[in-house]
Design a binder for this molecule. Structure first.
Ligand code: ADP
Ligand code: MG
Length: 641
């Protein structure tokens, strides 16, 4: 097996569908995506983890077989809990959901060891379109814990569309992805425009899937047994497990045949009688059991189309994804609904993994000739600091998002802002990432000053701020004076890599130990720092609050959508000022005016002098140090004032 190598990093790269019921991994070979089979020949790894009393970990089929017998030692469908911080108890150990997912991913990672040993391997991992930041980050974290370099997290419906080769066309298309898996139903409307795939709307039921169909068959069989033997096999743990397994296999047969024989082994002994079932079921009977649930999926499909202001006839492609779409009744209903059959050439339970591999191939260059473009979503909002008028006057500390969280990327968005004072000729553009209304609670990505605004009355000079955000997390922020067309651009990395390195290393080491050591020590989970806030540089956050609160508000005014009345207290800004650090000097000066403390005054003066000479020297390192010192002094002063 020769896995394509990323020409830039020479790292192999794979695509992974980390599913609720099953997971799968694929890669690009000879320009086509291929599934990497398990040692037992299966394409799908059941997403089940079991810890044996000996401490040994089982993942996949063995774990699934033990699920009903050892419910307190096994976990299935952990995907539903991704992003939560409540630990999962397995035997005498505790895990975070992402750690359980990491064990599943690690099982897949093992398949690559014979080829690559411990070499770094990149992975594209898929998540449902509705996953929020925390769930996406938990998924990324799981991949890292398993030893992958997580190149990208992409949406499952997008991956499915890529598996169908959509994206290679310049046509405009509207696509519905109907994904009915083992325990979840998701339906999404995608638009394809100029080769870019975008998830337009998404809907679903997290508790509806093939498992329900299995249980409906179990109920039917149990009712028969009850009639024949006067005993309910569902009350017996083992009999229940055997029937569930049988039901799933009968269901599969009914996807291919009009009827299926049912021959159960001895389920239990009741009143000295061996309890077993021997009968046949017709497909039409099975369809009756599941029809209501299927109707529910179509109601959700109705909703998602309505949300997108579309009707069935506006849809150009319908893709069926998920193992349960192999049920012929699903095809019939789709055909009735859309007036034509859905596409199902790509194996529906492999489509997502294959599409993830296509995305991986696009990244590695293995598919660079394909003409495919792929997309992702922005995991955080990105925007700029703006001023708002408050009772105290202008307040500079508000966040105005330009690219909203979960916007499909690559994308370009523009917003218009206005000067806040008469005759204002310069504005500071501070670029932040985060969800908080106050910029100080968000993450500063960078800043620049746009000068040369023609002096005019407040609100009459629009400035357009355009954000272009690409798949590699690079943000290009451009501010443009509309009247003169003068513009200035800043390019920043989105700064996503802000996990606590320590927590990652600790978690990974523990999983590593579990993997190697059959009887690992009991362990209490340490919550990893997934919160954006926790990763913020405390000093800078405090410094921000301080600067906002300092008596003379001398930072150059920022801008807002609405023209704002200039505040009386606000000192005018020297339009020729090119260095934002000068605002720090102004703050120090302002503090000096109020400060009488004999110990602190010399400190402020020293910080001022140092900052001034550092700025004159134009030496970046001494400027940084002087800014740090000045910020620290300002904090001390704030405690005192
Ligand atoms: P998930 O996305 O939840 O991980 P999958 O897409 O792998 O799940 O779908 C798993 C479900 O598909 C299971 O309930 C399984 O029984 C069902 N399934 C697989 N093959 C068939 C088939 N031939 N007919 C009906 N259902 C099937
Ligand atoms: Mg799936």
């Amino acid at each position: 097996m020769g896995i394509e190598v990323n020409p830039e990093s020479f790292r192999p790269i794979v695509g992974i569908d980390l599913g609720t019921t099953n997971s799968a991994m694929a890669y690009i070979r000879d320009g086509e995506p291929h599934i990497i089979a398990l040692p037992n020949g299966d394409d799908l790894l059941p997403s089940v983890v079991l810890i044996e009393p000996s401490g040994q970990i089982r993942v996949g089929r063995d774990a699934r077989d033990g699920l009903l017998a050892m419910p307190d030692r096994a976990i299935a469908a952990v995907k539903r809990r991704m992003g939560e911080t409540d630990p999962i108890v397995l035997g005498d150990q505790q895990f975070l959901p992402e750690e359980i997912s990491a064990l599943i991913l690690k099982e897949l990672r093992q398949l690559l060891v014979p080829l690559y040993g411990d070499q770094a391997i990149e992975a594209v991992i898929t998540v449902p379109a509705y996953f929020n930041d925390a769930q996406r980050r938990a998924t990324k974290h799981a991949g890292e814990l398993a030893g992958f370099v997580v190149e990208r997290i992409i949406n499952e419906p997008t991956a499915a569309a890529l598996a169908y080769g959509l994206g290679a066309t310049t046509e405009r298309k509207r696509i519905v992805v109907y994904d009915l898996g083992g325990g979840t139903f998701d339906v999404s409307v995608l638009t394809l425009d100029e080769g870019i795939l975008e998830v337009h709307a998404s809907n679903g039921n997290r508790e509806l899937g093939g498992e329900d169909f299995d249980w409906s068959l179990v109920d039917w069989m149990a009712a028969m047994i009850l009639k024949l033997y006067g005993v309910d096999p569902r009350d017996d743990l083992r009999a229940r497990a055997v029937l569930k397994d049988l039901a799933e296999r009968v269901k599969w047969v009914l996807s291919d045949e009009d009827q299926a024989p049912i021959e159960s082994p001895v389920l239990m002994v009741h009143d000295g009688q061996a309890v077993r079932l021997s009968t046949t079921i017709r497909r039409s009977e099975f369809v009756q059991f599941i029809q209501t649930r299927l109707d529910e999926t179509f109601a959700l499909l109705d909703d998602v189309l309505q949300q997108s202001s579309l009707s069935a006839k506006d849809i150009d492609e319908v893709l069926l994804v998920g193992g349960s779409t192999k049920i012929p009744r699903v095809h019939e209903m789709i055909t009735e609904y859309f007036g034509r059959p859905a596409r199902s050439e790509v194996d529906p339970d492999l489509a997502v993994a294959l599409g993830a591999a296509v995305q991986a191939g696009l990244k590695s260059g293995a598919l660079s000739e394909s003409g495919l473009v792929a997309t992702d979503v922005a995991p955080f909002s990105m925007g700029i600091a703006v001023a708002r008028s408050t009772l105290r006057g202008l307040d500079n500390g508000y966040f105005s998002p330009i690219i909203a969280r979960n916007t499909t990327i690559p994308c370009t968005r523009t917003d218009t802002f206005y000067t806040t004072r008469d005759w204002q000729t310069a504005i500071d553009i501070e670029v932040y990432q985060g969800e908080h209304e106050r910029v100080a609670k968000n993450y500063l990505l960078g800043s620049f000053r746009l000068t040369g605004i023609p002096p005019a009355v407040v609100g009459s000079q629009p400035v357009e701020v355009t954000f272009r955000y690409n798949l590699n997390g690079i943000l290009e922020a451009t501010a443009r004076i509309v009247s003169t067309k003068k513009s200035q651009t800043l390019v920043v990395q989105d700064g996503l890599e802000r996990h606590s390195k320590e927590a990652l290393a600790q978690s990974r080491a523990r999983l590593e130990a579990l993997w190697n050591d059959e009887a690992a020590e009991p362990y209490t989970t340490v919550a990893t720092e997934l919160d954006l806030d926790l990763d913020l540089d405390l000093d800078s956050e405090l410094a921000h609050d301080l600067l906002d609160a300092s008596p003379a508000l001398s930072t150059p005014p920022r801008v807002d959508h609405t023209p704002l009345v200039p505040s009386e207290q606000e000192p005018s800004v020297d339009e020729n000022i090119e260095d934002p650090n000068l605002s720090l000097i102004a703050d120090l000066n302002a503090v000096l005016l109020e400060l009488l403390d004999p110990e602190l005054r010399p400190k402020v003066i020293a910080a001022l002098n140092r900052l001034q000479s550092a700025l004159e020297s134009r030496d970046a390192k001494s400027i940084d140090e002087a800014v740090d010192e000045a910020t620290t002094v300002l904090m001390e002063v704030d405690l005192f004032l």
